[in-house]
Design a protein around this ligand. Structure first.
Ligand code: NCD
Length: 322
């Protein structure tokens, strides 16, 4: 696949969720409302995906994202095919395009795509077109919209809807984080203006629209009511971007003492996987401010809401088409 084949700025079709800039504030809040309703239905969730199949097309490792899409699909009565790259023809050199054509010929309904190349989900959506639902489950450094939505739901449940008053700090390896990029887009649509990033200069992008960048934790944290910590994504680092693990933790590690610099009642979030002891002290990860487990639960509920919405749009589209 050509690395520039996908054009992240392309507007997505309504049955495709490629990033959060295609959703208006009311769409984001509507999905949050629906996710809460679906979470509360427990085993009585509507069979919105009955007769439909979802292909989990994961070219990169994943624990919570893949399992949560699987559970979300099953709870809505759909079938899941987990495409395993290690045992697929990709390992025999098949291109992404050929893999897509092959899987599309089997008439699935929704593709959930994770890929190491930024723009991969946009590429998939251009190749497959409107007849399928496509959800970006993380492409390179670019976007991870359902994680951003689950994080927004978690913030909303803890702190309410005063989005213009929110002070959000994103701490750690910002440069490689698709989660940070989608979260900032979503929060910006909701009207949050005070979004700060903090981490080593080598792990922050040269420009990041909508955020104020800091390098010292002591400058970034005061007054924050949300602290989103991020993992050091070593697998994406080209060279040594940090002097040493020990020095990184000394300067940017999330500890209960550092969290005390934030506003009283501030919450700690992390999209996972957490780097216990590496970027996040256990006492912070398991402490009273932590909402990391709530984020995971909200991840399943939000993916149900997204899949239900796409299934509804597909069903309507097919009815119209005869
Ligand atoms: C993130 C991802 O894969 O983008 N995790 C996730 O989906 N929950 C962040 C990460 O890998 O560090």
């Amino acid at each position: 696949m050509n690395a520039t084949a996908g054009k992240p700025q392309d507007r997505a079709l309504p049955t495709h969720l490629l990033d959060l800039d295609t959703l208006a504030a009311k769409d984001i809040l509507g999905l949050c409302d629906r996710a809460v309703q679906l979470r509360d239905t427990g085993s009585q969730a509507p069979a919105a995906l009955q007769g439909m199949s979802v292909i989990n097309l994961f070219f990169e490792g994943s624990t919570r994202t893949r399992s949560s899409f699987q559970l979300a699909t099953e709870r809505l009565g759909g079938r899941v095919l987990n495409f395993d790259v290690a045992t697929s023809s990709t390992s025999k050199g098949e291109t992404l395009l050929d893999t897509l054509k092959t899987l599309a010929a089997m008439s699935p309904d929704i593709f959930v795509v994770r890929h190491g190349t930024s723009g991969a989900a946009n590429f998939v959506s251009q190749v497959l077109g409107e007849g399928f639902g496509i959800v970006n489950a993380g492409d390179g450094w670019h976007a991870h919209p359902t994680q951003g939505l689950a994080d927004i739901l978690t913030i909303r449940e803890q702190l309410g809807d005063d989005w213009a008053q929110r002070r959000v700090v994103i701490l750690g390896d910002i440069l490689h984080s698709r989660t940070a990029r989608s979260l900032v887009k979503g929060l910006s649509s909701l009207g949050t203006r005070d979004i700060r990033t903090v981490g080593p200069r080598t792990l922050q992008p040269a420009r990041f629209e909508g955020v104020t960048m800091h390098s010292a934790v002591e400058d970034a944290l005061p007054g924050a009511d949300v602290v989103m910590a991020l993992r050091l994504q070593r697998e994406r680092m080209q060279r040594h971007s940090i002097p040493s693990q020990r020095e990184y933790f000394e300067l940017w590690g999330v500890t209960p003492e550092r969290l005390d610099l934030a506003a009283p009642g501030a919450i700690l979030m992390h999209p996972g996987p957490i780097g216990r002891g590496g970027d996040l002290a256990s006492a912070a990860a398991d402490g009273p401010a932590s909402r990391i487990i709530e984020q995971v639960a909200n991840g399943v509920a939000m993916r149900m809401a997204v899949l239900e919405r796409i299934a509804g749009l597909l069903a309507r589209q097919r009815k119209k088409g005869g």
